[in-house]
Unconditional design. Structure first.
Lengths: 83, 576
């Protein structure tokens, strides 16, 4: 299955060079989790602070087991703020 | 800080008074709101002689405490019709604190057409007629005033928009690099213009540093406090690197980035205006990605944005401004938005109100969505020069909506809704509805917990927990706004217990008192209640604590979200 991964702020250094803007697509096996997806881009799981799947937050306790589906958009941010 | 200064613009006189006992423990917003509530008739005309414009540094301003240099300004707002407090960085707050001035109350208004400036030093307050700088923009004004004195004096000023008393007029404060910070919202620049004051300059020459009562305890607490700012990833890393504009992408991903005058929650061209793009642009053009708005700022979320030739365009280029002209007006060129930001600083209008207004103006067909050059032209040629159209545009979003028959007008209490869609981020919607200031994200920044996972997490798309969240944040914010601290200390304060405890320790060491956390909470509650009562007495009833109707009728993509709080639910906000 294909999952679209979007990395932002300091995490953008983990994007492959041929990425379109903030986004890259990865091929994953059925049942892959968020750590599986981020592992495909070598993003350490210590860095993400805000994780959204299809625009909905996935909280830290659920990150290790949250299963992705074909066509999902996974958006990942380090700790950021403003206002 | 041991004195109150009163400047009477009817008589053109000034006086110095001791601090009344009941004001001794107050600073910043607590003091401006207390004075306005006590001395300004709530039903007065905000641009008449009964209104008062109050400036106050915070409780910790002038000390060595990190991030303590904010200046509060308060009055009855001509925009909202209720009480108003704004705060900004710059150099004036620290200078006022060093001069021992706890508050400067400007009252009355002169008869006739003459304009004035006020100069404050250690030994004198001088009110002088001013003609040379009338009609000038803030950049030119700050340069001229500092050149006159041959010193980097503090400057508090209005541009032409304030002189013309438009409802979007702000008050500018010179920063350490003689650039512009803004007491932005609610039309306080029009209040200053109504009192015929073009600028106030402050010279703190010959004043000693502000010394805490207990210097040893103060130093220890200040060190702990500063460490929490460094240790928290938002205040220590995120904000210094990308500034506030890093929020474009997270709000877009979460579906809460109001786009095309609040008709969608996502902007297709978000990458073009994002914090990441802006950071790369600043670095490539030799600008400064990190910059502080006041001496002692440790977070340094500001920046200097240059044009393609490496020449200065603007600083303090914030997310809300970039969102407003970017996603909300569909302008994709960051350079156009930067130029608009510069012009607004110069002519002296609130960049949030003006951005929300242009969204409504585009919907009205005054100019097309995406027309960055048109915005620049209208700012310079219409609003800045006060043409008949400029006077309407300078009246803000609600005025333009009324004049052109637009029904999708995102305002609460007449003040434009900033940067976060209340349907998709419901906690901030509660803040917008209930804030004593009108729609103001800084009154209770629920984005922290709804979106940024700071202070825990409350689901932004669910109603559950949002009223408690907004209430608690508004209480805490009212207290922080009274200390002179930058609101961004709230990020570590929400996650690191030592941040708040060391802040209280600093206040105690500064004044030789024994406040507890409960006392600080009580202060925040008291400020909100004083402000709320003023608003009720001014005629802003609970029916004004509501979002515009369209938020309950129009769903927005991508979450198909709608505003679904009942009036009865919202009214429970005040149950404290």
């Amino acid at each position: 299955m294909k999952v679209r991964i979007r990395l932002f702020a300091t995490l953008q250094e983990y994007l492959p060079r041929d990425s379109q803007g903030s986004e890259t697509a990865v091929d994953l096996t059925e049942g892959a989790t968020i750590p599986d997806a981020l592992g495909a881009l070598s993003v350490p799981m210590t860095l993400p602070h805000i994780v959204l799947v299809n625009g909905r937050h996935v909280l830290r306790p659920n990150l290790p087991t949250f299963q992705l589906h074909d066509g999902d958009i996974l958006s990942v941010f380090p700790a950021i703020g403003g206002g | 800080m041991d004195k109150i200064i009163r400047i009477n613009m009817t008589e053109l006189t000034s006086s110095i008074e001791p601090v009344p006992e009941e004001w001794a423990g107050l600073g910043g917003r607590a003091l401006t709101s207390t004075i306005v509530a006590k001395e300004v008739p709530p039903t007065c005309h905000a641009l008449g002689s009964s209104n008062k414009l109050v400036f106050a540094p915070g409780l910790l301003t002038g000390t060595a405490a990190a991030n303590s240099g904010r200046l509060s300004a308060g009055a009855k707002s001509p925009l909202t019709g209720g009480i108003k407090e704004c705060n900004a960085g710059g150099t004036a707050a620290r200078m006022l604190a060093k001069l021992g001035i706890k508050a400067m109350i400007v009252e009355g208004a002169p008869d006739g057409d003459k304009w004035y400036s006020i100069h404050v030093t250690k030994s004198a307050i001088t009110i002088q007629e001013e003609s040379e700088l009338l009609g000038k923009g803030n950049y030119c004004l700050v340069n001229n005033v500092q050149a006159r004195h041959g010193l980097p004096v503090g400057v508090i000023s209005i541009g032409p928009v304030g002189e013309m008393k438009m409802l979007s007029a702000n008050i500018s404060v010179a920063d350490p690099d003689s650039r512009i910070r803004s007491l932005g919202r609610g039309g306080l620049g029009a209040v200053m213009g109504a009192k015929k004051i073009k600028f106030i300059s402050i010279d703190d020459t010959g004043t000693p540093p502000v010394m805490p009562k207990d210097t040893v305890k103060f130093k220890e607490a200040a060190r702990t406090f500063a460490k929490t700012l460094l240790d928290h990833p938002v205040s220590g890393q995120g904000l210094p690197t990308y500034g506030t504009n890093v929020l474009v992408n997270i709000l877009n991903e979460a579906g809460g980035l109001p786009t095309r005058n609040f008709t969608s929650g996502q902007f297709a061209a978000h990458d073009k205006i994002s914090g990441e793009t802006m950071h790369a642009t600043i670095v490539a053009r030799g600008g400064t990605p990190t910059h502080g708005c006041h001496a002692g700022c440790q977070i340094q979320c500001s920046q200097v944005y240059n044009d393609k030739d490496g020449k200065y365009v603007t600083s303090g280029f914030e997310y809300e401004t970039i969102w407003g002209f970017g996603a909300n007006c569909c302008i994709e060129e960051l350079d156009d938005i930067a130029e608009a930001d510069h012009i607004m600083d110069d002519i002296g209008c609130d960049s949030i109100e003006t951005a929300v207004m242009f969204g409504v103006a585009m919907e009205a067909g005054i100019l097309p969505f995406g027309d960055g050059k048109g915005v620049i032209r209208m700012l310079r040629e219409d609003i800045g020069k006060g043409t008949p159209l400029g006077r309407i545009l300078g009246g803000g979003a609600a005025e333009v909506g009324r004049m052109y028959g637009v029904t999708r007008v995102p305002v609460v209490k007449n003040q434009g809704i900033p940067a976060y869609d209340p349907r998709a981020v419901k906690g901030i919607g509660v803040t917008y509805a209930m804030a004593t200031m009108g729609a103001d994200h800084t009154s209770g920044y629920a984005i922290a917990t709804n979106i940024l996972n700071v202070g825990g997490h409350v689901d932004p798309l669910s109603k559950a927990g949002q009223i408690d969240l907004a209430r608690n944040l508004q209480i805490a914010t009212a207290a922080i706004d009274s200390t002179g601290m930058c609101l961004f200390i709230a990020f570590p304060a929400l996650d690191i217990p030592e941040c708040l405890s060391s802040l209280i320790d600093m206040i105690n060491a500064r004044f030789g008192i024994h406040l507890t956390g409960d006392d600080v909470t009580a202060l925040g509650k008291s400020v909100l209640k004083i402000e709320h009562q003023f608003n009720l007495d001014a005629g802003l009833s609970k029916e004004h604590d509501r979002l515009p109707e369209f938020f309950s009728k129009e769903r927005i993509a991508p979450h198909n979200a709608i505003w679904d709080f009942t009036p009865e639910e919202l009214d429970t906000f005040w149950n404290f």
